[in-house]
Design a binder for this molecule. Structure first.
Ligand SMILES: NC(=O)c1ccc[n+]([C@@H]2O[C@H](COP(=O)([O-])OP(=O)(O)OC[C@H]3O[C@@H](n4cnc5c(N)ncnc54)[C@H](O)[C@@H]3O)[C@@H](O)[C@H]2O)c1
Ligand SMILES: O=c1ccn([C@@H]2O[C@H](COP(=O)(O)OP(=O)(O)O[C@H]3O[C@H](CO)[C@@H](O)[C@H](O)[C@H]3O)[C@@H](O)[C@H]2O)c(=O)[nH]1
Length: 439
């Protein structure tokens, strides 16, 4: 099948490469010329394991190309996937749909024959219904152009395997033709046993928002329990392992720490809260308020832990290990690590950051911070070291060696995963989120 993917960022570039890998002929379109050039050269513009290989192989095989020209996509494809960004609009928390409408305004007037358009971006409930009319009115083919929504659930860092073998595919449509076309595109996944769920558009849109809200709630739940663990001498990390064995709870997404960040969970929780409040669904908006407040509280916990250890932060040299919003990516959107680094700096600390992948992105957005070329360089002369993104190289670091470089052996582990006994044996004072005073 001939498909176009409109918007080639973290979602779209992976989607385009995986569609080509599973046999579609694919054209990717983005308004960002530099991104298109990088992709066309067979390289990913961001760190996503496995994506470079897929791009290079499928471009070489002639199944995948990239352009900035929406007209080329309209002429080529029978199905178009919309993968543009839907960031937070403003302080209200609502989603900004301007990229989605711009993409449809570029594409729509060029649709002269019947085609199917499938939205994959995360959008508020009701979007498909509203935009179906807009698209039909724009397209010369009129009612022959049908819009469905199939929200995406991939995780950054696992984008390729999550797309090739997702947990499920959800399609929101009332149209048998849209369903038929989507089933054809997804044949490899369906044959592999991936559940293919067809719902009305509103249910599909809300399923995506609810999935992210649930994931965020799970993280905030364990982080809220961390508060009580700290007060009572319990260890929330061991507690999480203990309750995670219950299959009804599950261990995934139950890692306590400095909370969730990234280009999705924070904005999607706020967008759903805003929608819920708008419909008078106050139980849900209240719950999501608490989820967000808990997430924010964990960032403050780190600042307070640093103050407890070092006293007033003015002039204190702090080494921050980690800048990406999680390991496995160079994405720094709404990164808890960088937010905390900035807050420490605002309180007078002299912060040096190191991350194995996200240095360029972090430097571009946070010129106020200092950056080091390695963990060893970052901790040199530090009076406190903060572990804020759990990259394997930090877990494997030798506390004895690092201890020789610092001015004071103080560690705040905001993510867990470090062998605290090993650090303590090497003479470090260790503060761990959610570990009570008895240890
Ligand atoms: N990042 C993820 O892991 C992920 C996973 C599931 C869903 N989503 C959702 O997917 C959507 C995209 O997220 P992302 O992380 O890929 O964002 P992104 O910012 O990485 O990529 C969006 C891309 O769209 C391009 N674009 C904007 N307007 C365009 C237009 N009119 N025509 C063509 N291209 C245009 C931008 O230049 C950019 O490259 C969002 O709704 C997000 O919530 C993201
Ligand atoms: O137990 C956990 C799991 C995650 N996190 C944090 O939560 C954030 C989000 O992590 P994750 O869900 O792995 O990352 P994303 O790549 O942002 O993926 C989420 O957002 C995507 C965009 O909507 C969805 O498609 C995915 O299903 C959903 O997991 C990160 O800051 C993590 O550090 C925790 O603190 N504890």
């Amino acid at each position: 099948m001939r498909v176009s993917v409109i918007g080639c960022g973290h979602l779209g570039a992976v989607h385009a490469a995986c569609l080509a890998e599973t046999g579609s002929e694919v054209i990717g379109i983005d308004v960002d010329r530099a991104k298109v050039d990088t992709l066309a050269a067979g390289r990913s513009p961001f760190h996503e394991p496995g994506l470079d290989d897929l791009l290079a192989r499928n471009i070489a095989a002639g199944r995948l190309r990239f352009t900035t020209d929406h007209g080329e996509a309209a002429a080529f494809a029978d199905v178009h996937f919309i993968c543009v960004g839907t960031p937070q609009l403003d302080d209200s928390g609502a989603a900004d749909l301007s990229h989605v409408t711009a993409a449809l305004e570029e594409l729509g007037p060029r649709l002269e024959r019947p085609v199917v358009v499938i939205g994959k971006s995360t959008v508020p409930v009701g979007t498909t219904a509203a935009l179906s009319e807009t698209l039909r009115a724009l397209a010369p083919a009129g009612d022959g152009v049908e819009l469905g929504w199939s929200p995406e659930f991939l995780r950054e860092g696992f984008g390729v395997p999550d797309t090739l073998r997702p947990d499920r595919i959800v399609l929101g449509t009332d149209s048998p033709r849209v369903e038929e076309v989507m089933r054809e595109v997804c044949v490899p996944q369906i044959l592999a046993g991936v559940p293919f769920l067809v719902t009305d558009p509103a249910t599909a849109e809300l399923a995506k928002a609810s999935a992210n809200a649930f994931l965020a709630t799970k993280i905030s739940f364990i982080n809220a329990v961390a508060e009580l663990a700290e007060a009572t001498g319990a260890d929330v990390h061991r507690l999480a392992a203990a309750i995670g064995h219950d299959v009804r709870i599950g261990a995934a997404g139950l890692r306590p720490g400095i909370g969730y960040g990234g280009g999705c969970l924070p904005k999607d929780v706020r967008a759903l809260r805003t929608i819920a409040a708008g419909y008078g669904a106050e139980t849900l908006s209240g719950l999501l308020d608490a989820v967000e407040t808990t997430n924010e509280a964990r960032r403050l916990w780190v600042i307070e832990a640093a103050e407890q250890m070092c006293g007033p932060l003015t002039g204190v040299r702090a080494a921050v290990l980690g800048a990406a919003f999680k390991p496995g990516t160079d994405d720094i959107r709404d990164s808890p690590a960088l937010d905390i680094a900035s807050r420490l700096q605002n309180r007078g600390a002299r912060v040096t950051v190191y991350d194995p992948e996200a240095m360029d992105n972090a430097r571009a957005v946070h010129p106020e911070l200092a950056f080091a070329a390695s963990a060893a360089e970052a901790v040199t002369d530090a009076e406190v070291v903060l572990h804020l993104t759990e990259w394997p190289e930090f877990r494997d670091a030798d506390p004895k060696q690092l201890g020789k470089a610092v001015r004071a052996r103080r560690l705040i582990d905001g993510r867990g995963g470090l062998d605290h006994a090993r650090w303590e044996t090497a003479g470090w004072e260790v503060a761990v989120l959610g570990r009570g005073p008895s240890e």
